[in-house]
Design a protein around this ligand. Structure first.
Ligand code: C5P
Length: 403
């Protein structure tokens, strides 16, 4: 459903990425009013925002005073997204100042508010910024952690604005949840998600892999971040931009995935194993490329990989919720129930795989089995929708525990 959105833009170089976010929002039919801070206009000018949004652009509360824009824009907005949010803008928003149109809009808005900070690592990690972010989160705003990577200069670290398509997905999720009356219900929770498919090396150029694209795992990570959780995603060979708001660790093999998951799971509220983990790996990896000799090839002997989900469930901390996925080709529900018991997890998302179904595709259809005997069918739909059902079920199991 088209919505009225305010896109607030802070005075950071990442303002250029907000142009792409704006395009994605307008192309999907939303009516977007861009409210840059006066400083933001030094990076991207008014003409760009006006042309891309098809709407007038005002940065100062002194423009178009007769329209009382600071009240009207805030009141009418169904979502406010601030990207990039600079350290200064976060500070002013946390302090409740209204010294430009954007901060005034933030005070009058009663809809979901999403901040996507971008700044140098030192500024992001400064206790003043940490305190301002904590204040905004405590008030129910969604403040997405910045991505890590190359910053404006030669330095790199946390502080990058996430990929615009990722921010768009978070904005759409916040909009959908906002109209359903929910806020960031996973705020204060830390969750870990594995995504993608492991690769087991045969020699330096060959591996045993699988078709997992990582889309379901990334949808889970993104959805949790959009619901306010602190998210770690352990990503195995995923060719997609890191999900917005999640801290990503990249691995290749099942054994690397295991180490990363065990480390990340310590102290986490919930762990979701969405990665397709190879059950077997070559017993020995050749250090040199295996050559064609003309003779019959040597068979590749396989050995069993550790079952990470089973291990995580066995070592679960009190109150920790553990969920897994199971791809089945037949007897889906019966096999799923048996697997849930064997793995010892709280939730198991069971889906049928086969040609055109689930693995590597955009859609998914599943039944989520609970250790308490519950069965939650999820009709065929985008992986984002299944992700939200999984977090609904996880959140319900976490509510008994203090955040
Ligand atoms: O046994 P199966 O591979 O069907 O189980 C799938 C579930 O178990 C998934 O959640 C997957 O991430 C997890 N798994 C695992 N370690 C393995 C194999 C699967 O954690 N070695």
């Amino acid at each position: 459903m088209p919505a009225r959105i305010v896109l607030g833009v802070g005075a950071g170089i990442a303002a250029y990425k907000a142009c792409e976010l704006l395009r994605l929002l307008t192309e999907s039919g939303h009516q977007v009013r861009v409210v840059p801070t006066p400083g933001a206009l030094r990076f991207v000018g008014e003409a760009t925002w006006a042309a891309l949004s098809g709407q007038p652009v005002t940065a100062s509360a002194w423009d178009d005073v007769h329209e009382v824009a600071h009240v009207r824009l805030g009141r009418e907005a169904e979502l406010v997204v601030v990207a990039p949010a600079t350290a200064d803008l976060l500070a002013r928003a946390a302090a409740g100042r209204s010294d430009d149109l954007l901060t005034a809009v933030l005070l009058t808005a009663r809809c979901p508010v999403v901040f996507a900070p971008a700044m140098h690592t030192e500024m992001w990690e400064h206790p003043a910024t940490r305190a301002n972010v904590a204040t905004l989160r405590a008030r129910g705003c969604l403040v997405i952690d910045p991505a890590s990577g190359r910053l404006t200069g030669a330095d790199s670290g946390p502080g990058r604005l996430p990929d615009p398509a990722e921010l768009y997905a978070v904005a759409v999720a916040a909009l959908a949840r906002g109209t359903a009356g929910g806020g960031p219900d996973l705020a204060g929770r830390r969750v870990v998600v594995s995504a993608g498919g492991t690769r087991e090396e045969i020699d330096p150029v060959r591996f045993i892999g699988n078709w997992s694209s990582g889309r379901q795992g990334y949808a889970l990570a993104r959805a949790a971040a959009a619901r306010g959780a602190k998210v770690s995603v352990v990503s195995a060979n995923v060719g997609l931009a890191d999900p917005a708001g999640a801290e990503a660790t990249h691995v290749v093999s099942a054994r690397q995935l295991r180490s990363a998951m065990l480390a990340a799971a310590a102290g986490a509220d919930a762990v979701v194993m969405a990665a397709a983990v190879a059950d077997f790996r070559p017993e020995a990896r050749s250090d040199v490329k295996i050559k064609k000799t003309g003779a019959a090839p040597e068979p590749v002997r396989l050995t069993q990989n550790p079952d990470i989900l089973r291990e995580l469930a066995a070592a679960r901390e009190p109150g920790q919720v553990i969920a897994g996925f199971a791809a089945e080709t037949d007897n889906v529900l019966a096999n799923g129930r048996a697997k849930l018991a064997a793995k010892g997890c709280d939730l198991l998302v069971v889906n049928q795989v086969g040609p055109g179904l689930a693995l590597g595709t955009g859609d998914n259809e599943a039944v989520v089995l609970g250790a308490d005997g519950s069965e939650t069918p999820v009709p065929r739909g985008p992986k984002e929708a299944l992700a939200d059902v999984v977090w609904d079920l996880v959140a319900a199991r976490l509510t008994a525990q203090p955040g």
